[in-house]
Design a protein around this ligand. Structure first.
Ligand SMILES: O=C(OP(=O)(O)O)[C@H](O)COP(=O)(O)O
Length: 300
């Protein structure tokens, strides 16, 4: 799909618009002076999506998902650095949204603290939780790749509509997750909470929250930070950027790197997403996350 196609813009429309603009400018070059500032006005809202800083199980290469883990020492530094960078860029958040998992909440606290914006309201919902990885929770990705093949692990991790086997009561983390009282506070009964999810199912449970709770804040003019997880952020990116079911496989987010989306008044992106920070470091971090699903050399 073309770049414009991702945003639902047909190629014919793009060419006819370019021709029309060219025609206007050739009639009167001063049109350019009017056009340039107005193009930048198309961006009405700035939204920051953030995968939390590194958690203890990111480091151990285990599927963490709904297991509640705190940030590692490195994750704390990543979140603080992210806050300092957002402050330098002049961001002033009006609302922050997190999941109900500690690593996303702790990241939001550290970011706001580094920005001197601790007072900004934080709203939490299970609907921003990481994808429920079902029976895969707690397992090591590299060992899974050795036992099931790298291709299968990539399908489980990155495909749109493949659902891993569900978690059941014999799973070592079942009780820890479902006896946790945070799940009594959800807007669905505990026994209706997921036992596994594809990315599609993450989007299905996230969208009502995005539409009913987050969008109204953005439309009121608030600059919003969503501090969430690799896959809940991927699901939202897929929705906002109109990424196809096949292309979403190629999207991987590193920890602690803010993703800037500039949206028009209808909350459609006006330019490609921007991962803020040192681009070489960001590419290396993305590769590191992708490589988590590969067999470790010595074990082949
Ligand atoms: O807990 C997880 O994501 P998170 O660290 O963003 O919360 C998942 O285990 C991420 O795994 P993945 O990168 O294999 O999708």
């Amino acid at each position: 799909m073309s770049y414009f196609g991702r945003f639902g813009i047909k190629p014919g429309f793009v060419w006819s618009s370019i021709n029309r603009i060219w025609w206007l400018v050739s009639l009167n070059p001063k049109t350019l002076l009017w056009l340039l500032p107005n193009i930048s006005l198309m961006s009405k809202h700035k939204l920051i999506l953030l995968r939390h800083g590194e958690g203890a199980w990111n480091k151990e290469n285990r599927f963490c998902s709904w297991v509640d883990q705190k940030l590692s020492e490195n994750g704390v530094l990543e979140a603080q650095e992210c806050g300092r960078m957002l402050k330098q860029h002049g961001y002033e958040f009006g609302r922050v949204f997190t999941s109900i998992l500690s690593r996303s909440i702790q990241t939001a606290w550290l970011v706001l603290e580094a920005m001197g914006q601790e007072w900004v309201p934080i709203t939490k919902s299970w609907r921003l939780n990481e994808r429920h990885y079902g029976a895969l929770i707690g397992l090591n990705r590299a060992e899974m790749a050795l036992n099931h093949g790298e291709k299968q692990v990539k399908l489980w991790r990155r495909s749109y509509d493949i659902t891993p086997p569900p978690i059941n009561e014999s799973h070592p983390y079942f009780a820890e997750i479902y006896n946790d009282r945070r799940y009594n506070t959800c807007d669905v009964p505990k026994d209706e909470l997921p036992k596994t999810e594809s990315l599609k199912e993450v989007l299905d449970r996230l969208l009502p929250y995005w539409n009913d709770v987050i969008i109204p804040e953005i439309k009121c003019g608030q600059t919003v930070l969503i501090s969430a997880h690799g896959n809940s952020c991927r699901a939202l990116l897929k929705h906002l950027e109109g990424i196809s079911d096949t292309d979403i496989v190629k999207v991987t987010l590193p920890t602690g790197v803010p993703v800037l989306l500039e949206l028009d008044e209808n909350l459609r992106p006006v330019k490609p997403r921007e991962l803020l920070g040192d681009q070489a470091k960001i590419q290396a971090a993305i590769k590191k996350v992708e490589d988590q699903g590969k067999v470790v050399e010595g074990n082949k």
